[in-house]
Design a protein around this ligand. Structure first.
Ligand code: UDX
Ligand code: UDX
Ligand code: ADP
Length: 471
């Protein structure tokens, strides 16, 4: 029965729902897209007159400027948007559970379940319901059961899995030009029809051969598998970075050399202070939990090691800082450049900066943080929760800055945590930094972006992740 999609509702106006549905609205002017959220402040920001959007994403503002009020709407009226829609994306948050069964591993499906129940409750006509949030395998099937057990007579729900593969910082470009769009459906005529309806939405700008139709479970597992394999590459190159540092090899040269093998590929091999972001760790832990519940402990252990390596890399880097500063950073000022989990985003979820700052604070250092995008409120929230210390107490050791230069006064070390272009720019005032710091002045580059030779000429001692030629 579903042939043409005229109205789309997206539940959840976050990092996934917001950009994805804004781009759908841009590319499909004939479809009315309404993005709803329970959080009125978030919706108000999406609707703000000066386009002070709740998330920072290059190119996003431009898309919203073109579409908002035309065929893109942001609202807190969930019921109305659900009732009017032919197709509903569920893009709510799925954090790792912090208590109960599977705490620390399993996804908290509370938000998905309540959004699903809500759809069943208020819908007055048949809908296609699309699982967009990253969720453990078999969630679609739970959603289906909830929908079927709670629907009004005459309302039929088709469920699809359509995981999103965008990366923050490049979300708009990724959405314009995706490597693939994955749509999982039940192997039934209704499933196929729903799948065709969603495919036709993407077909407005994505070449047909990149729209993949698979089974529901394959689709759900593919999302976890993609993130697990990507994260595994980073843990692999980070494990090699530790060997490089002690042998005199250069991890950039190694990554370049192995990446030329077309079976390996050159992308996503940048050694770092560790991966962060809302997806990698969460999805791997989901996979670990799934493997345990399927009685596959060896599989669980294998994937668990990817996260363990990442934790180790972050702590190893923190230890490198302390070791080089003669074994103690107590009362020393440490300037931290970057707090976001990667460049070009204001997102700090699972950012390695949190682990690093926490460990510097534990060593009783004075930590001065600058990030070009992350709000100070967000940093205070993250650090209060990571250190379990109130802001008032924390502020004796932690200061937040609105420019890089002001973090350097009297600092013993600069620690580069996020690869913002600003820190790699030839115009960055390293001379000024050096002049302001105590001597010897150290730079610890957790991203391999600074020009070590130039910094050494100025007088810095430089330690770069994965380089044997340190100091
Ligand atoms: C990731 C996936 O890339 C995306 O497909 C999925 O939809 C969501 O999860 P995201 O977390 O937004 O996207 O960013 P990504 O570019 O993958 O970076 C994740 C983390 O890995 C960042 O902390 C980044 O700095 C780090 N990273 C990435 C490295 O340390 N080295 C690399 O070579 C690449
Ligand atoms: C390997 C490297 O490919 C080569 O570059 C190096 O010089 C020597 O080691 P080789 O062992 O000859 O070459 O064969 P390869 O094709 O790499 O296969 C190795 C093993 O992996 C085989 O048992 C193969 O069956 C298995 N394999 C390979 C898989 O199980 N799955 C795959 O996708 C690929
Ligand atoms: P993601 O990175 O997956 O997009 P976010 O946390 O950025 O995650 O966004 C998820 C959004 O979903 C939040 O803004 C949250 O308020 C919203 N949300 C959660 N549950 C519901 C619900 N039942 N109805 C509407 N919005 C919801």
């Amino acid at each position: 029965p579903h042939t043409e999609i005229k109205r789309i509702c997206c539940i959840g106006a976050g990092y996934v729902g917001g950009p994805t549905c804004s781009v759908i609205a841009l590319k499909c002017p004939h479809i009315i897209v309404t993005i709803v959220d329970l959080n009125p402040a978030r919706i108000a920001a999406w609707n703000s007159e000066d386009f002070a959007l709740p998330i920072y994403e290059p190119g996003l503002e431009d898309v919203v400027r073109q579409t908002r009020g035309r065929n893109l709407f942001f609202s807190t009226e969930v019921d109305k948007a659900v009732q009017e829609a032919d197709l509903i994306f569920v893009s709510v948050n799925t954090p790792t559970k912090t208590s109960g069964v599977g705490a620390g591993y399993a996804a908290d499906l509370n938000y998905v379940e309540s959004a699903t129940r809500h759809i069943a409750q208020v819908a007055t006509s048949s809908k296609i319901v699309v699982e967009k949030s990253t969720v453990p395998c078999r969630t679609a099937s739970s959603m289906r059961t909830i929908l079927e057990s709670n629907s009004r007579p005459g309302c039929h729900f088709d469920i699809l899995s359509n995981p999103e593969f965008l990366a923050e910082g490049t979300a708009i470009a990724d959405l314009y030009n995706p490597d693939r769009v994955l749509i999982g459906a039940l192997d039934t005529p209704e499933g196929a029809a729903a799948c065709a309806a969603l495919s036709s939405v993407y077909a407005n700008w994505v070449p047909k051969e990149r729209i993949l139709n698979v089974g529901l479970w394959s689709s759900e597992l593919s999302k976890l598998a993609a993130n697990a394999l990507l994260a595994q590459r980073i843990s692999s190159i980070n494990a090699l970075s530790a060997i490089c540092e002690t042998t005199g090899a250069d991890v950039r040269e190694v990554a370049h050399a192995v990446g030329l093998d077309s079976r390996i590929g050159s992308k996503f091999l940048r050694a770092s202070v560790g991966f962060g972001g809302s997806c990698f760790q969460k999805d791997i832990l989901n996979l670990v939990y799934l493997s345990e519940s399927l009685h596959l402990p060896e599989v669980a252990k294998y994937w668990r090691s990817v996260v363990d390596m990442n934790e180790w890399q972050k702590l190893r880097f923190a230890k490198t800082v302390v070791d080089n500063l003669f074994g103690t950073i107590t009362n020393k000022r440490i300037a931290v450049l970057g707090f976001a989990f990667k460049a070009d985003t204001g997102d700090t979820r699972e950012s390695p900066a949190i682990t690093l700052v926490k460990s510097f604070v534990a060593e009783r250092a004075k930590v001065a943080v600058y990030d070009p995008q992350v709000s100070h409120d967000q940093i205070w929230m993250d650090m209060q929760s990571a250190c379990s210390t109130p802001k008032q107490e924390l502020s004796k050791q932690l200061t937040l800055h609105t420019d890089a230069q002001s973090t350097f006064a009297g600092a013993s070390a600069i620690v580069v945590v996020t690869e913002w272009a600003e820190f790699a720019s030839p115009n960055f005032d390293w001379e000024g930094a050096f002049a302001a710091m105590t001597k010897p002045a150290f730079v610890f580059d957790g991203r391999g972006i600074v020009n070590g030779a130039r910094l050494r000429e100025i007088g810095f001692k430089v330690v770069t992740i994965g380089r044997g030629e340190n100091l």
